[in-house]
Design a protein around this ligand. Sequence first.
Ligand code: GRF
Length: 205
Amino acid sequence: MALALGVLISGRGSNLLAILEAIQEGSLDAIVKVVASNKANAVGLERAKERGIQTMFMDPKPFAQESNPREAYDLAVGNMLREHGVECVVLAGYMRIVTPVLIRMFPWKMLNIHPSLLPAFPGLDAQRQALEWGVKVSGCSVHFVTEGVDEGPIICQKAVAIKEEDTVESLSARILEQEHQLYPQALQFMAQGRLQVEGRTVRVL
Ligand code: GRF
């Protein structure tokens, strides 16, 4: 049976589109049940809608009065995902720190993609961090989401060589091309039930 995905985005959603394309061409045995964003104007929401995918804008503002706004928001997001029958949550350019409340609703069923070879350069502006550090190789990582930011066990990675003339934009574009291959591949491993976590190590059976 196809793996039921819920994709969380905040921006343009190019990884989302790569996932949808992989599903369409048959290399990813999954179905996107819902695409949700914390930003009303996320371009990715429109791109999903055009492809007939259910979309949701989850506005964080109404949760501001709660005693713990982040957790209350994440509970609402988790409930919404469950109502849509989501089994696996895909963070794809989702610019919010996810609290344990949401992570625990989908244990070992939440993935993120990050534009560096983790554990190097976690957090924001990973491509800029890599250039400023002067590394010769960077890349992208797909990992399980655990309670530390960009810290979960790594499922797969792809390296990208850095050129002397690289700018943040040129490096980001080359990494993004690899992201579009890597994310559908990691999700297919998940769909096939081939991921086994042993401590920090993820085995692909
Ligand atoms: C990607 O670079 C991804 O690694 C990072 O956010 C960016 C999202 O891009 N987490 P897009 O919205 O999928 O185009």
